[in-house]
Design a protein around this ligand. Structure first.
Ligand code: NAD
Length: 397
């Protein structure tokens, strides 16, 4: 079947995962309906404004708006458009709740929202990261509603900000409840990447959680080694550089830094909940990663009286060269410094916040600086006149 013949609705299509995927699928010739409940985002997209930082995103949006008819690419808040789609991709957020258990409500709510518009013969592809067993539950719910709708779980594994490139480079894990559903997933994803890897739905759900937990644990190892070295008055990065130099077996040893953002923490906690909280490695990783800001503040207190002191934080996003502040530990760092009665000046080139100040103001006002996020823009500035607390190893490089 030619791509043009397949209509795809992407629900949550204005989000960090949904939007790059929607645009790439439209670029590959599918007829795509981008459905998102956030009307402001939808209006921005119609006007050609990409709502967040994404490499190549604005250019692709402009190109497609110039090329495509509304039947080929449509931005809407209206869930009813699911009715005329062959494939419905679901990619809404899947957070953990205040008890660090998965919030399954939003995913089931979106199934309820779409149910009046689903019809026999469609395929629902779940792309949000899901608590294991959720895909099967959704399949059973739809079957209980007497809908002959195939269900797939095809996890997203891109690094935020680089989705357009990575969607075409990474292998795609696919799984489906029926051979027809799997065939639909194959049609959609083989248009993006040559490598498809097939699992059962629960295996695929676990593969995604294992992937993110593994990464989160690796960051925690680096963070603990950083803290050990710092406590002993040693430079972690001198030791790390020596350790990895021309030594392949340590080549994936990460830098230290704030392991935060909307995915790694919550996916590790989802895996812990799946195993009835019997996940000591995951819990230790969480304690280490989440307390790195506390460690840095305690170290600062050894040399400075923070009360009333002007302290700067460079970078508030959760990862470099990105504008996403979701679950950023730089905010936790600010909170801890405020608790010590420091006067905290924050700056970030990508985040608009009336409480932030320009970089020049921070540099001119503060003797002590923390690197909250090592944006590339900071690498070229001279910080020789400042005391810098930098767990990321940016300043010395
Ligand atoms: N951000 C990443 O880099 C990344 C990577 C891999 C996987 N994931 C997973 O992908 C999922 C989505 O993450 P995200 O970062 O794209 O989230 P996001 O918040 O950026 O996007 C979700 C979008 O869904 C929309 N939405 C929410 N409820 C809706 C509803 N009922 N109907 C229509 N639209 C609705 C929101 O308005 C938002 O635009 C999560 O499960 C996440 O764990 C994210």
């Amino acid at each position: 079947m030619p791509n043009e013949a397949l209509r795809i609705a992407v629900v949550g299509g204005g989000g960090h995962v949904g939007l790059p995927l929607s645009l790439l699928l439209a670029d590959k010739g599918f007829a795509v309906r981008v459905i998102d409940c956030d009307g402001t985002k939808i209006e921005a997209l119609k006007g050609g404004r990409f709502p967040f930082l994404e490499e190549g995103g604005p250019e692709l949006l402009t190109k497609l708006l110039g090329e495509k008819t509304p039947d080929q690419l449509l931005f809407t808040t209206d869930s009813a458009l699911v009715a005329d789609s062959d494939v419905v991709i679901l990619v809404v957020g899947t957070p953990v709740d205040e008890h660090m258990n998965p919030s399954l409500g939003p995913v089931h709510a979106v199934i309820e929202q779409l149910r009046p518009y689903l019809r026999d013969g469609q395929t629902v592809i779940l792309r949000s990261t899901l608590f294991p067993g959720t895909s099967e539950k959704i399949r059973a719910t739809l079957e209980g509603a007497r809908l002959k709708v195939g269900v797939c779980f095809c996890p997203e594994r891109i690094a935020q900000g680089y989705a357009l490139r990575e969607l075409q480079d990474l292998p795609q894990i696919i799984s489906g409840s029926t051979p027809a559903a799997l065939a639909a997933a194959r049609t959609v994803f083989s248009s993006l990447t040559p490598k498809l890897v097939e699992l059962s739905m629960t295996e695929a759900e676990l593969a995604k959680l294992f992937t993110n937990s593994w990464r989160y644990i690796k960051f925690a190892v680096a963070n603990q080694f950083y803290m050990i070295a710092a406590d002993k008055g040693l430079d972690f990065y001198r030791i790390r550089d020596a350790m990895v130099q021309d030594y392949g077996r340590a080549s994936d040893f990460p830098l230290a830094g704030f392991a935060a953002g909307p995915c790694l923490f919550k996916d590790t906690m989802q895996l812990a909940a799946y195993n009835r909280q019997n996940f000591p490695l995951g819990h230790s990783a969480m304690l280490l990663n989440e307390t790195l800001p506390d460690f840095l503040v305690e170290r600062a207190k050894l040399s400075y009286s923070l009360k009333g002191m002007k302290v700067g934080i460079l970078g508030m996003a959760f990862k470099p060269d990105n504008d996403d502040k979701r679950e950023s530990l730089a905010y936790k760092l600010r909170k801890l410094l405020l608790y010590e009665n420091a006067v905290v000046l924050c700056t970030d080139p990508y985040i608009q916040d009336p409480g932030f100040v320009p970089l020049e103001t921070v540099l001119a006002s503060c003797e002590l600086l923390f690197i909250g996020c090592p944006h590339r823009a900071y690498r070229s500035i001279s910080l020789d006149k400042h005391q810098v607390i930098d767990c990321w190893g940016m300043v010395r490089k």
